[in-house]
Design a binder for this molecule. Structure first.
Ligand code: M6R
Length: 436
């Protein structure tokens, strides 16, 4: 094994090699994970593992739980659709590991190897959708815990080799736990003496094994290349961590914590209600499937949701899409706006709503076709003409980035279905990017 993950599957009189337990699931549930530099001799009856010095070593055989094998599509046409619809359940399941709802407190599943109070800085490193989850978390940690946060995509971070402060925490966010650039960044941070925590979905992954502490997302196996349920579970975990940090650092009171925990506890129900908007979004997708470009705008913690919306759409429908902070509109992208361009505006009625409406007015004045994603109050107070307004349930502003991820996932999914692309295995993409 060099770089990419490699696992040995133990069958009856037969042995297997694969990248992970899911790849080996049709054949066996008994799996040993090789360490970096290991090599293995395989015979029908078994395997002998050597480390990079050629010494014979033992790598424990894990019996992978049956739930890790639930990898069929059920009644859904695509894994992506199934995974979108699993979100109420997996978010609830994830939060049950982080919150004590009856006590109104955060209760982390793992004792952190650091003290939130004395941390000097938080560095968040990830790629793609996981990076956008980290970008939302930056807003949360800064606001709720007054902890300075730096965030970067792993491919930049690792070669930038940034100076890292004493007593800093680095958090690596990854569904697969095998993303090469994220792993390299983790190794860099470890070498720099940072406390290293991983928010991962695959707890047997290399990133999980090399981190000092893991905070698992309990999304279950995610098969569709486009990340959906892993993203909202990452956000759920990061929100819980940010509340824990805020409490420990004395920024949040007991009452704040109770209110925030209750808001997080509402997530499964809110996500379920949002899924009921699917027929409206499917209809909208018919129009989106006819265009060449789409612009997504958002502000504050919902700005990364605009970025995620654009990524989701382009990776599975191959329609060009860009996400922007709404306030950046007049610094360039406004030049793109004409009557052919749909502009998806993520704007719950929060403290930044008025600002976003003024950006919408600029879009409307140039003939852009606005798709407004807001709540009842946002819809009622908006006087700008829209192509469509998607009215979300009312919710606490802190959970909005999690719930507002749903409409943009459904829009991307249905647009891709209308386009006839390979939704679960889009061209040129791999589920785990284990090489640079
Ligand atoms: O397994 P990871 O979370 O580390 O993967 C990171 C990205 O490769 C991944 O999120 C990618 O951007 C997805 N295809 C997005 O849907």
């Amino acid at each position: 094994r060099r770089g990419s993950p490699l696992a040995v599957g133990y069958g009856d009189g037969e042995m297997y090699l694969g990248s992970d337990a899911i790849a080996l699931a049709p054949f066996t549930d008994r799996v040993a994970y090789l360490e970096e530099g290991d090599w293995v001799e395989i015979r029908r009856a078994g395997a002998v593992v050597h480390d990079e010095t050629d010494a014979v070593v033992t790598r424990p055989i894990t019996v992978v739980s049956a739930s890790a094998f639930q990898v069929d599509r059920g009644n859904y046409r695509h894994f992506m659709s199934k995974e979108i619809h699993e979100q109420p359940e997996v978010i609830g399941h994830t939060l049950a590991h982080y919150l004590d709802l009856s006590a109104g407190t955060v209760r982390l599943p793992a004792e952190p190897s650091f003290d939130w109070k004395s941390l000097s800085r938080l560095s968040i490193v990830a790629c793609g959708t996981a990076y956008y989850a980290g970008l939302v978390a930056k807003y949360w940690f800064e606001r709720w815990a007054r902890l300075p946060v730096e965030i970067d995509v792993a491919s930049e971070f690792r070669y930038r080799e940034p100076p890292l402060p004493e007593n800093g925490l680095a958090v690596f966010v990854s569904q697969s736990g095998e993303t090469a650039d994220t792993l390299a960044s983790l190794r860099y941070c470890k070498a720099q003496g940072q406390h290293c925590a991983a928010v991962v979905n695959v707890t047997t992954s290399t990133i999980a094994r090399e981190a000092d502490v893991i905070f698992p997302t309990l999304a279950g196996p995610e098969i569709g290349v486009a990340s959906t349920k892993a993203f909202t579970c990452q956000l759920s975990v990061l929100a819980s961590l940010a509340v824990a940090a805020g409490r420990a650092r004395g920024v949040l009171t007991e009452a704040d914590e109770a209110r925030m925990v209750a808001a997080l506890g509402d997530l499964p129900g809110l996500v379920l209600r949002t899924l009921r908007l699917e027929p409206q979004i499917e209809k909208l997708a018919r129009d989106v499937a006819k265009v060449n470009d789409v612009l997504y705008l958002g502000r504050g913690a919902n700005y990364p949701i605009a970025l995620e919306g654009a990524l989701k759409l382009k990776e599975i429908s191959y329609i060009h899409a860009e996400g922007y902070a709404a306030g950046e509109l007049k610094h360039g992208p406004i030049a793109l706006i004409d009557e052919t361009l749909p502009v998806v505006v993520i704007a719950p009625h929060d403290a930044l709503y008025e600002k976003t409406v003024s950006n919408m007015q600029e879009v409307a004045a140039r003939g852009g076709r606005i798709v407004l994603v807001t709540d009842a109050r946002g819809a009622a107070e908006n006087s700008v003409a829209t192509l469509q307004t998607i009215v979300m349930p009312d919710m606490d502003a802190l959970v909005a980035p999690i719930v507002y991820a749903l409409p943009i996932q459904m829009l991307a999914y249905h647009t891709a279905v209308f386009m006839g692309t390979d939704v679960d295995q889009p061209r040129n993409l791999a589920k785990s990017v284990t090489v640079e």
